[in-house]
Design a protein around this ligand. Sequence first.
Ligand code: UD1
Length: 434
Amino acid sequence: MTKLVINGGKRLQGEVKVNGAKNSALSIIVAAALATKGECILDNVPKSSDVGTICLILKSLGVEVWFDQNDKLHIVGASLKEYQAPYDLVRKMRASFYTAGLLLARLGKAEVPLPGGCAIGSRPVDFHIRGFTQMGADIVIEHGFMKAQCDELIGTNYYINRSSVGTTINLMLAASLAKGTTVLENCAKEPEIVDLAIFLNGMGANVRGAGTDIIRIKGVEQLHGIEYSIIPDRIEAGTFIFAAAITGGDVLIKDIVVEHIRSPLSKIEEAGVIVERGSTSIRITAPERLKAMDVETSPYPGFPTDLQQPLVAAMCVADGTSVVRENIFDRFRYVDELRRMGADIKVERETAIVRGVKQLTGAPVEVTDLRAGAALVIAGLAASGTTEIYGVDIIERGYASLETKLEQLGADIKRIGSQEEIDVFSSMKKPTRV
Ligand code: UD1
């Protein structure tokens, strides 16, 4: 069984480069298949397993997808022909539901399995479905699938109940090729939404207002391929911030957009860390012991829910008591694993009260969800003795080469087990045409 083995207590020092954003890549790879003319060539695509999964889903729909020798991802959407997304791949991640927007826009027909609940609670897609319906799609839910069809999608005014990243993305995809103008209100404002809008506009779409509450999308007849580079991963950057902070480290985090991590940076400064801001990098110099602080998660530009767990891990050994409120997902199951390492955490509904202890102790622990995995790695870096982390495949959904990067920073961390999940990328070769 694959595991990460960490001998804690090493101070992180040196430089680390951040990958392209997994969450941007997932929507942009699907968006690339909207093009019926030319190919999209994507740079800075992270080779995490979720990215592998979305590529395999597109391939199963008939899209040509391959990595060249420079690790650029090529996507030729013209060959898209299947309208049924396969359950065995879609079930692996919720972002697969973006294929619904793609298929409706391109083929006027989509059969996509409904994402089930997951380790961070029930995650419905009702906002997505209501949006598609309002754009003229006939939708039935049958045998666990959303079955949708339309003659054509028609622009509409749609108020998204709750600022939802996935809904905003799916409706942007659908609206790009719809007839007329779609106005989305109460949109998510995450940097990944802006990245998608810039990409779509490069392909010939007409998307205005991304990054604000209201996005206007004037449908166009056809989209074409372009070359594009994905933005840096702000969540990976944040993970290194908390990893450096918990070890009292001194780390230069490179290839980032500093503005995208304003909220985590201001929080870590509150904890006593010195942050030197460069144009595309930051240097983190942490004290021997962090100070406790309070935080609540909220949509961008607030503190990201995806960094709540890494932050709690760091607060486990801070001086004082931290109060952490989670407003987006049901994301506290992992605290039982931190408790097994000696953390003192009490959870009351959406709030975790973390009393800092002097020292965590290494233990065998199990990853419950992606960012919980990052939190356990962070805790293991500071714990005394050995931490064995099981469920590494979940961490690899969102982090490519996390252990290699941490090792280069001086951590004593080893991945033990098979590499087979990474092999998915080596199977993506340029198709030979006859
Ligand atoms: C995306 C991110 C995820 C991040 C989350 C919040 C990707 C691939 N994933 O997830 O990493 O943690 O944003 O920043 O980009 N909701 C509904 N009905 C819906 C849709 C959402 O009730 O139809 C609720 C959700 O349960 C949640 C909230 O709205 O409570 C926000 O979810 P959403 O922003 O849609 O998250 P995801 O797009 O799934």
